[in-house]
Write a protein that binds this ligand. Structure first.
Ligand SMILES: Cc1ncc(COP(=O)(O)O)c(C=O)c1O
Length: 424
């Protein structure tokens, strides 16, 4: 059976390959830990978003790659060439996106604590829209555009009051959240924006969380956005509305993420029923574009058996290259590449970092590997590289892109000298 968390081109037999390239060969060539990205999965996921909105939404649509999930030049270029825009959350992400050659008119900027410097950068770059999160940010933008006597496009982020079933750290649409404004306050902010000659109000932004499996949460969101659209109808034209990102992916065989197509279908149907397709719809996927495209390759460094307690297998990476298990208790699937498939047993896969919580998978069942064998973890394309931490002065792993039997280095592995960069 093909697992839901496998990248499109992953084959387990006779030896594990991805993009037509032998995975052990990649380990020998580039070393480990190694992030490996399957280009075909990236392209297929992007096309799913584009084709689904094209089919179901009868007006303009914009698919923005939430670059925080994987801020890598080559990945940004792949998506931008397919017609995707980019959503950034910091000046740094804006810088990387511009360095990748993204047209500023395809870039939107969100975030709850943008600095004056970041806002100035975004205004100077003339990006497509700044998503205002709060009144203080409005004052900063107003100050900047008036000082420069330039106009900028803005959207306003609302709190839609929708609670989704996902980890509390990645839930954002509920009443108590640091992101956005309650709808009534958002209306006050919009009134202020409409009085400013240098601010061009474009529309409404929302985002209900991440790793969401329930499409009905987006349908509820569409209902809320429709009400907002109607409420604002007499005072201004809402040209754009964003439903955010957040669609989930499969990390284990228990996960059943919805189809991208169903998201577009259900949301478009709801808007058709309420206010029609009278505005440009924006969606901002991160995880669902890149998550399944990525795997991480480790080498096994040590094993131990605590009698009547637990067996451990330790790899040459861990919470530095994948902080999600220790941060949220996130679950992952893995595969040992071992010549000895006989002795199957249960063990914990531990990282190499100086924290007891640095466990990648707690109860993993596979063959008992040898030191030097390879181990793959799946669905590591999103929020692994981007959440890298150099705890224990760890070297950031390389990223290799595979496609059609070819492998290409797209991010170099850190060296010891890189650890000293900036240190005096
Ligand atoms: C405003 C906004 N949009 C989009 C995303 C992307 O979310 P995901 O990677 O779950 O699709 C995020 C992620 O946190 C976000 O904060």
């Amino acid at each position: 059976m093909v697992n839901k968390f496998y990248p499109e081109t992953f084959l387990k037999e006779p030896e594990p390959t991805i993009g037509g390239v032998n995975i052990s060969y990649l380990g020998e060539k580039y070393g480990t830990p190694l992030y490996i990205l399957d280009k075909k999965t990236l392209v297929i996921q992007a096309q799913k978003y584009i084709n689904s909105w094209k089919t179901y939404y009868k007006n303009e649509y914009k698919v923005l790659f939430a670059v925080k999930a994987l801020p890598v030049l080559e990945v940004i270029r792949i998506f931008h060439n397919l017609g995707l825009g980019i959503l950034v959350s910091t000046g740094g992400e804006l810088y990387i996106s511009r360095a990748a050659g993204v047209n500023p008119q395809s870039i939107y900027f969100h975030g709850n604590a943008k600095t004056l410097k970041e806002l100035e950068y975004a205004i100077n770059e003339n990006i497509a829209g700044i998503i205002i999160d709060n009144f203080d940010e409005f004052e900063k933008i107003k100050y900047l555009v008036n000082k420069k006597n330039t106009r900028t496009n803005v959207l306003v982020r609302i709190i839609p009051n929708i609670e989704v079933k996902t980890h509390t750290s990645i839930r954002t649409g509920q009443t108590d959240t640091k992101f956005g404004l309650p709808i009534v306050q958002a209306y006050d902010l919009i009134k202020k924006i409409l009085q400013e000659k240098n601010l061009n109000f474009k529309g409404i932004h929302s985002h209900i969380g991440s790793q969401i499996f329930d499409i009905t949460a987006y349908v509820k969101l569409a209902e809320v956005l429709s009400e907002v659209y109607k409420d604002l109808k007499d005072s201004t034209k809402v040209q754009e509305m964003s439903i955010g990102g957040g669609l989930g992916v499969a990390y284990t065989s228990e996960d059943n993420p919805p189809e991208v197509e169903d998201l577009a279908k259900e949301v478009s149907a709801k808007f058709k029923e309420t206010v029609g397709h009278s505005f440009t719809i924006i969606c901002e996927p991160g995880r669902s574009l890149v998550g399944r495209a990525g795997i991480t390759l480790y080498r096994i460094e040590s094993r131990k058996e605590l009698p009547n307690v637990r067996k451990y297998v330790a790899v040459d990476g861990g919470m530095s290259d994948n902080i999600r298990p220790s941060l949220y208790g996130a679950k992952y699937s893995a595969l040992v590449i071992s010549k000895d498939q006989n002795h199957v047993t249960t063990y914990s896969i531990a990282g190499k970092h100086c924290e007891s919580g640095d466990i990648l998978i707690k109860d993993f069942i596979d063959s008992w590997p040898k030191v030097g064998d390879y181990l793959i973890t799946f669905t590591t394309g999103a929020y692994n590289f981007s959440m890298f931490t150099w705890y224990n002065a760890t070297l950031r792993p390389a990223i290799v892109l595979v496609d059609n039997g070819e492998d290409k280095l797209i991010v170099k592995r850190d060296s010891y000298e890189d650890l000293l960069r900036g240190q005096i």
